[in-house]
Structure formats: structure tokens, C-alpha cells
Write a protein that binds this ligand. Structure first.
Ligand code: ZN
Length: 313
């Protein structure tokens, strides 16, 4: 059976026809418009394009950035300006000729990794995406754990530092304000303005304001000790949150996702070191394995299609 997955992000809509093994057969892309009316029209045109290529698709799954309840209603979408308080599942069910299921983008990506990626066959796992913010998806007993209202695993918004920087959600000291991919860029700019990371500053052409996580990563990948020291500091901030979550959930595996995993062991090695130091009794117990995601940015589309397949199976 073929199904169709949509991944609606802040800037791009990705969609594909996916087969039962998680392979993408045909894909479509659109820019994310500013209003829901334009977005639903863009989704409809992408669906029409995909159904033309693959008329036998049986259902549609949609992952969307924001708080999505159990009925597929989007309550809050800070990364989707103009799209909020929308019954996404209800409206798309009326618009599309196929059954539609809608969930939060991080949940959908976690389901993709569980069905076709890094945690195939793993019953209890946590998927953590380090990007603009920190997204989370929790797999318990092989299924996405959604909580009482559908809003579970908003892991980026656990408080790490009461006096820390203000988060995108308006609260202070949340994990994503300290350990997202964007936070690495802020750490790079701060360290550069204090003269601590000349190699990172050189990557940005000597302009402090031009430093992002990318420049920090490039300098570290080239082996610069100052940049590696900054990555080590950052990896500890990542580990603080991972250890807190692992103490609660005891997952078998934690999957790290997001562009930052391109750094490979430059990030993963210090993250593992700090994680073992931070988790309760890290040397006296089996510690959850930390691994890199396999599906990367395709996890959303592939997971949405897998969710659609599950909904009609
Ligand atoms: Zn927050």
C-alpha cells in the first residue's frame, strides 16, 4: 500500500508518496505561505501532483510544527505565523479525497525513525531534534506517546536554568534556549566577542554577528581546539537535558536529529561523555545508547506516511 506524507515546517512544505518499506517514490515541495487559506491551497495542489504520479495512494498523514491535539486541531504554532487555532485534520479531510491524520511534526518524525530509521524494532526510545528549537518525540511500547491532550514530549521547554536566556515561548531558561542549534550560534557569538574562539571568528570572516552554529561546527570539524572546547561546553548543555529525560523515561535509545548531527563524533563523543556523567549512577547501570538519526530531514515525510498507513491498516 502507498500512502502520502506531508511535513509542514516554518518555511517549507515537503510531501511524498511512500511505500510500505519507507521508500519515497515521488515527491513535491512548496514554500509555506503566510495564511491557512493559502497553506491549504498549497497542500491541495501538492496532493493533486502526487496523486497524478501515484493514483493508488490510500491515505494522507500530516506532520505540522506546533501544538496539535488528539483530534488534529492546531492550537499553537509559533513557527507558523498566521496559522493557529485551525482544525487541520477536519479541514483537510473535507478538502482531500483520502482519509487524513494529523500530528505534531516531532511526533511524526519520531514515528518515522521508529518504523524505518534509527530505532526500528526498539520499543522505548526518545527522539531529540536540535534545530531552531529542540523538538521531541517519545516512543513507548513502539507507539508515539501523546499524553492526555496530545501535547506530550515538548521537551525543549523543560527549565534548565531559572536565570537563563529567554526562550522563543517567552519563559526563561528553557532547554531549547540553551542547547538548540541556534543556541550554539549564540554561544559562538558570545565567546567570539570575548576573544575566546579565534578559529570560529575566522570562519565567519571576522564578523561576530555572522557566527551561527554552522561556523562553530566548521571550525570544530577542522580540529581547532578553541572551537572543540566550545562544542564540549555545548555538548554538556545538551547532556543536562538528555540526562533529566533519561532519569524519568529510561529509554533504550536516544536518537539525536537535526543538521548538527553532520558533525558526527565531534558532537556525539562529548555528548556521550557528559550524558554518562549527568545521568543518575551512570557508571553503575545500563545507560541509554545515544545515536544519530538515520532519516534526517526526511523523517517527517516518511513518518507522516507511516502514520497514515497505520490509520487505515
Ligand atoms: Zn520555552
Amino acid at each position: 500500500m502507498h500512502t502520502i506524507g506531508f511535513d509542514i515546517g516554518g518555511t517549507k512544505i515537503a510531501a511524498a508518496v511512500v511505500d510500505a518499506s519507507g521508500r519515497e517514490l515521488s515527491e513535491a515541495r512548496r514554500d509555506t505561505p503566510d495564511t491557512w487559506a493559502e497553506t491549504s491551497a498549497a497542500l491541495h495542489s501538492a496532493l493533486t501532483e502526487l496523486l497524478h504520479a501515484c493514483p493508488d495512494a490510500a491515505a494522507v498523514g500530516v506532520g505540522i510544527a506546533g501544538l496539535v491535539d488528539r483530534s488534529g486541531y492546531l492550537s499553537y504554532g509559533p513557527n507558523l505565523p498566521g496559522i493557529e487555532h485551525v482544525d487541520v485534520q477536519g479541514e483537510l479531510s473535507r478538502l482531500f479525497p483520502l482519509p487524513v491524520v494529523v500530528d505534531n511534526d516531532a511526533n511524526v518524525a519520531a514515528y518515522g525513525e521508529a518504523k524505518h530509521g534509527a530505532i526500528r524494532g526498539v520499543d522505548d526510545a526518545l527522539v531529540v531534534t536540535l534545530g531552531t528549537g529542540i523538538g521531541g518525540g517519545l516512543i513507548i511500547g513502539g507507539e508515539v506517546y501523546r499524553g492526555g491532550h496530545g501535547f506530550a514530549a515538548e521537551i525543549g521547554h523543560i527549565t534548565i536554568d531559572l536565570d537563563g536566556p529567554v526562550c522563543a515561548c517567552g519563559e526563561r531558561g528553557h532547554w531549547e534556549a540553551l542547547a538548540s542549534g541556534n543556541a550554539l550560534g549564540r554561544m559562538g557569538r558570545e565567546a567570539a566577542s570575548e576573544g575566546r574562539v579565534p578559529s570560529v571568528l575566522a570562519q565567519a570572516g571576522g564578523v561576530v554577528a555572522a557566527i551561527t552554529g554552522h561556523e562553530v561546527g566548521q571550525a570544530a570539524a577542522a580540529g581547532a581546539p578553541d572551537a572543540l572546547a566550545l562544542i564540549d561546553e555545548y555538548a554538556d548543555l545538551v547532556a543536562v537535558g538528555l540526562a533529566s529525560l533519561a532519569n524519568i523515561l529510561d529509554p533504550s535509545v536516544i536518537v539525536i536529529s537535526g543538521g548538527i548531527i553532520n558533525l558526527g563524533d565531534v558532537l556525539m563523543r562529548p555528548a556521550r561523555k557528559h550524558f554518562i556523567a549527568r545521568i543518575e549512577a551512570g557508571t553503575e547501570r545500563p545507560v541509554p545508547e545515544l545515536v544519530a538519526a538515520e532519516l534526517g530531514e526526511r523523517a517527517g515525510v516518511i513518518g507522516a506516511a507511516a502514520l497514515a498507513r497505520r490509520s487505515v491498516a
